[in-house]
Design a protein around this ligand. Sequence first.
Ligand SMILES: Cc1cc2nc3c(=O)[nH]c(=O)nc-3n(C[C@H](O)[C@H](O)[C@H](O)COP(=O)(O)OP(=O)(O)OC[C@H]3O[C@@H](n4cnc5c(N)ncnc54)[C@H](O)[C@@H]3O)c2cc1C
Length: 456
Amino acid sequence: MNTYDAVIIGTGQAGPFLAQRLTGAGMNVAIIERKSFGGTCVNTGCIPTKTMVASAYAAHIARRAADFGVLAGGVSVDMKRVKARKDTVSGNSRSGVETWLKKMERCTVYQGHARFESPREVSVGSERLTAERIFINVGGRAAIPQMAGLDQVEYLTNSSMMNVDFLPRHLIVVGGSYIGLEFGQMFRRFGSEVTIIEMGGRLIQREDEDVSAAIKEILEREGINVRLNATCIGFAKRGEDIVARVDCTRDAPEVGGSHLLLAVGRRPNTDDLGLERAGVAVDQRGYVVVDDQLRTSVPGIWALGDCNGKGAFTHTSFNDAEIVAANLIDNDPRRVSDRITTYALYIDPPLGRAGMTEAEVRKTGRPALLGKRLMTRVGRAVEKGETLGFMKIVVDAQTREILGAAILGTGGDEVIHSILDVMYAKAPYTVIQRAMHIHPTVSELIPTMIGEMQPL
Ligand SMILES: Cc1cc2nc3c(=O)[nH]c(=O)nc-3n(C[C@H](O)[C@H](O)[C@H](O)COP(=O)(O)OP(=O)(O)OC[C@H]3O[C@@H](n4cnc5c(N)ncnc54)[C@H](O)[C@@H]3O)c2cc1C
């Protein structure tokens, strides 16, 4: 029996940072990883996909070179080199996490599948570890939907996409949300024909309708075929091809392609963790039930990251670790409900989001002001030749606090932080109008947009 002050299951975006904080506070910590150090973000999520998005952007700009007066020859993409570049960036990050943990003082690394044996006991292979504090950071994996004929065809997920070192002739992507759109645009830019099939009436349905419509237009301009309202999705093999039945209200009822990517959501890795032996409660979808400070139903056990259903991003998982460490070590009662929703969609141009959508604000019925500006009216975007998209902001007309913003345009993933930080400061929007911004930037037009706000 190995006894520790704390056991951490999983080395995703919360576990390693938490290990550093706990060992730094003098605790002996065991951390367990069953597969790849760094988890989803490092190996099959953010880092490899954004590396590939960068390759796709390079191909796109190379094709547009003449628009900028640059005469380059024909553009072709070497998928083996795209993958090799991705493998290097992702591999460096993975080994960075592994080395960090293995060199961490007072930290013992176990490699293998962890299972609860009791509320204070976890097994890894033949080892038994006990601790008064156990932290679950097991993340999630691609959900495989129940769709007719799926057992008849081969399909890819975000994980197996990482091994693709060839150009699919025609990639069918099922799922019109973040993961599906990023892969869809990237492979279109690499040279594949791409069809995105979405069951709903619009792409990225959690966003405002104008955002969804603009994203659809951006993708269609590049020749991506978007099929919405696909109410009857099914698959069959026809010769070398995979045929997806779409049954849309209009257009052809079938789409034939060479490869199929499923991007219809994620599910938590909680089904093989022995949670029942510890008495840890999960909800109907398998997410660990936690309170505002990420404590589970069992005292002494916490759940962080994607597996608690409180967030589905690297930054929410990392923030979970900050919250737990603040409460346990710093006597600082931080809470999940203190954080403001924020994320980005990494198509090009990217979407940066903070706070409420316009639709959510409308639902509250509160008096609000809305500012909106097309990227065609942002000098920096014009100069860069990247004028697709728009930005908008919604503020409370009475308190003057910013309620939410969406920046779909060049630099949107970075620019959104200038609004996010003001939201955290709970400062009135007028502060932004008094700040002197750098010219020429996208951010310099935020005060102008604010100055043109109208009642919602
Ligand atoms: C294609 C894709 C792109 C993404 N892009 C972005 C992005 O751009 N920005 C962003 O913020 N987020 C992005 N995400 C989401 C992000 O990757 C996740 O939100 C983040 O990785 C969650 O981290 P985590 O800490 O919850 O767990 P994970 O990173 O999933 O790590 C969990 C770890 O636990 C291990 N594990 C699981 N069960 C056990 C067990 N029983 N025993 C031992 N070890 C176990 C796993 O092997 C894994 O290493 C993306 C996701 C995908 C799929």
